[in-house]
Design a protein around this ligand. Structure first.
Ligand code: C5P
Length: 239
């Protein structure tokens, strides 16, 4: 993939998680961040509360949008759903890393600029959770590695993973896929419910192409100032 065109503007390496309950709040936040932020992630919370129309609105203003909808269904449904998302003009869309689903998503995005990101194993899952879900005992990290390899082979554009996994995932998928990592906390901000956090600079040095930051920006008294500081830290880590 041409990840360089997405990263040409250093601000694009920061994806701001628009984890707010309403379009009005999202609109106010995007306006307050202004040109400091260029790339926004819309997940279940806002997506199911008018967020898809809002995605079109901010794409029309020149912002990039990552739709974190984690699709997984029969192939035909995934393919047609991805085709609809591609028409919205989104830049990234997540799907669960099941081979049928990834294959269908890659077919559905054909001819568009949409990039598909695979979620290998949800980071909330332990080895025991996989057994409970009916998998034969398998260490989560082995399943992450297997699915990352399948994503690469099936033509997926990138992987979502925690920063501490980035080096291993990079060794599997090679240099061309995008690695997108949440669990980022600027020095001094609360970890919230994230267990394995790294700073923006560490995230970049561990091999992430894009960092997802939600609450440290969304809940800040001055979201624009925090955004600017994170972008500066990314720029320092890149140079
Ligand atoms: O507020 P915070 O910076 O923790 O937000 C991180 C964002 O990344 C949230 O939207 C969360 O759903 C998402 N995410 C995550 N961990 C994953 C996958 C996605 O935190 N493994």
């Amino acid at each position: 993939m041409d990840s360089s065109s997405i990263q040409r503007d250093i601000r694009d390496r920061l994806i701001i998680g628009l984890d707010v309950p309403s379009v009005d709040e999202a609109r106010a936040l995007v306006a307050s961040i202004g040109d400091a932020g260029t790339f926004y992630k819309i997940g279940y919370q806002l997506g199911y509360a008018g967020g898809l129309e809002f995605a079109k609105e901010i794409i029309g203003q020149g912002k990039k949008v990552f739709l974190d909808l984690k699709l997984h269904d029969i192939g035909n449904t995934v393919e047609e759903g991805v085709r609809s998302v591609a028409r919205l003009g989104a830049t990234f869309l997540t799907v669960h890393a099941y081979p049928q689903t990834m294959r269908a998503a890659v077919t559905g995005k054909a001819g568009s600029d949409l990039k598909i990101l695979a979620v290998t194993v949800l980071t909330s899952y332990s080895d025991q959770d996989l057994v409970e879900a009916g998998y034969a005992p398998v260490p989560t990290e082995e399943l992450v590695a297997r699915r990352a390899g399948q994503a690469r082979d099936l033509g997926v554009d990138g992987i979502v993973c925690a920063a501490p996994e980035a080096a291993r995932v990079r060794s599997i998928v090679g240099p061309d896929l995008a690695i997108v990592t949440p669990g980022i906390r600027p020095t001094g901000s609360s970890a919230d419910d994230q267990k394995r956090i790294v700073t923006p600079g560490e995230g970049i040095r561990l091999g992430a192409n894009h960092l997802v930051v939600g609450r440290p920006i969304v809940k800040a008294a001055d979201p624009r100032a925090v955004t600017e500081r994170i972008v500066q830290e990314i720029a320092a880590a890149v140079s």
